[in-house]
Design a binder for this molecule. Structure first.
Ligand code: 13P
Ligand code: SF4
Length: 310
């Protein structure tokens, strides 16, 4: 059945001159239909330079919105319209304006996990792969950071000279990882290398051997020769690592690190998106213009490789 679905998707993709971009938290079978799999930064860069007419974004709403802002002439489709992001929902236009008003004359860096309206209010965007470089590039004494206070915390740890004032948002998926999970995994797998996404809490991050975005975690595994890795990010990363590195062992810190928003998209939804050209994501032109400015500033900042394959 899966094979049949993929064949139908590939046929329609060619006919309609479409590409499929997939985030590495998606259900792994989606990779078989995807043209590119990667993290938020890598996929944004691809959305900006593709010449396809239709972009199917197998990810969450803010990612499709970012793709639309970067490629306004393309049709951008989100296969399942219910794929939101709990962190992005924690801040809206009113709240970001209040945050700025409480802390006047300080530049605002906004994590891409936010709506277009919020991006339009900030000075520059960042992803988990480049947050430290982006804040550093501002050369400012104080920086506002929204919406993820834990990513803000990670930036603060790396840039002690800058005062980071974080908005109190967070990712509920990464919050489910505790220091006890890592302690227990380490008791069982003494030589396990602990790989952590910077959306985790500071007491978890303290226990990491390597901290990075999803693709940076993949690259770390690719470039090292340890036997066992303890994975502290969404399950999709551990699933892909197990598939791609059968001679290495991957231990997910606990079985609850699943982003149910990311898992909404199925191969059926992708086929439906191609057939019926739904669900189209649009952004109001004035908001898109201002958000594009913040996203473009981020894209111009050099950072490490951010695609798994493609
Ligand atoms: P990255 O793609 O930057 O690793 O972010 C993870 C995430 O939570 C996306 O929603
Ligand atoms: Fe949002 Fe967290 Fe899911 Fe990423 S993992 S899409 S930040 S809820």
């Amino acid at each position: 059945m899966t094979r049949e679905l993929i064949e139908q998707i590939n046929k329609l993709k060619k006919e309609k001159h479409a590409i499929i971009l997939a985030h590495c938290y998606q259900n792994p079978e989606i990779d078989e239909a995807a043209d590119y799999v990667g993290d938020s930064l890598g996929l944004s860069k691809l959305a900006a330079r593709t010449d396809a007419e239709i972009i199917i974004f197998a990810g969450v709403y803010f990612m499709a919105e970012t793709a639309k802002i970067l490629s306004p002439d393309k049709k951008v489709l989100l296969p399942n319209i219910k794929s939101g992001c709990n962190m992005a929902d924690m801040i809206d236009l009113r709240l970001v304006r209040e945050f700025k008003a409480k802390n006047p004359n300080i530049p605002l860096v906004c994590y891409v996990n936010s709506t277009a309206e919020v991006k339009a209010e900030c000075d520059v965007c960042c992803t988990s792969a480049n947050a430290v470089e982006v804040v550093k590039s501002l050369n400012a004494k104080k920086v506002l950071f929204a919406p993820d206070c834990y990513l803000g915390n990670w930036v603060q740890k790396n840039l002690p000279e800058t005062e980071i004032i974080s908005y109190p948002g967070y990712c509920p998926t990464h919050l489910r990882i505790s220091p006890d999970d890592i302690r227990q995994a380490k008791e069982k797998y003494k030589d396990g290398i602990v790989l952590i996404h910077p959306e985790c809490r500071p007491e978890v991050i303290e226990m990491g051997d390597f901290i990075g975005s999803t693709t940076q975690i993949f690259n770390y595994v690719k470039n090292t020769n340890y036997k066992t890795y303890i994975i502290c990010t969404e399950k999709g990363v551990a699933d892909r690592l197990e598939r791609d590195y059968p001679n290495k062992q991957f231990i997910l810190a606990n079985q609850r690190i699943v982003c149910h928003n990311m898992k909404q998209n199925s191969l059926f939804d992708i086929l439906n998106a191609l057939k019926n050209e739904e669900f189209e994501v649009t952004v109001e032109p004035e908001i898109a213009r201002r958000a594009l400015n913040s996203i473009n500033k981020m894209i111009q900042i050099k950072s490490s490789r951010v695609l798994l394959h493609g």
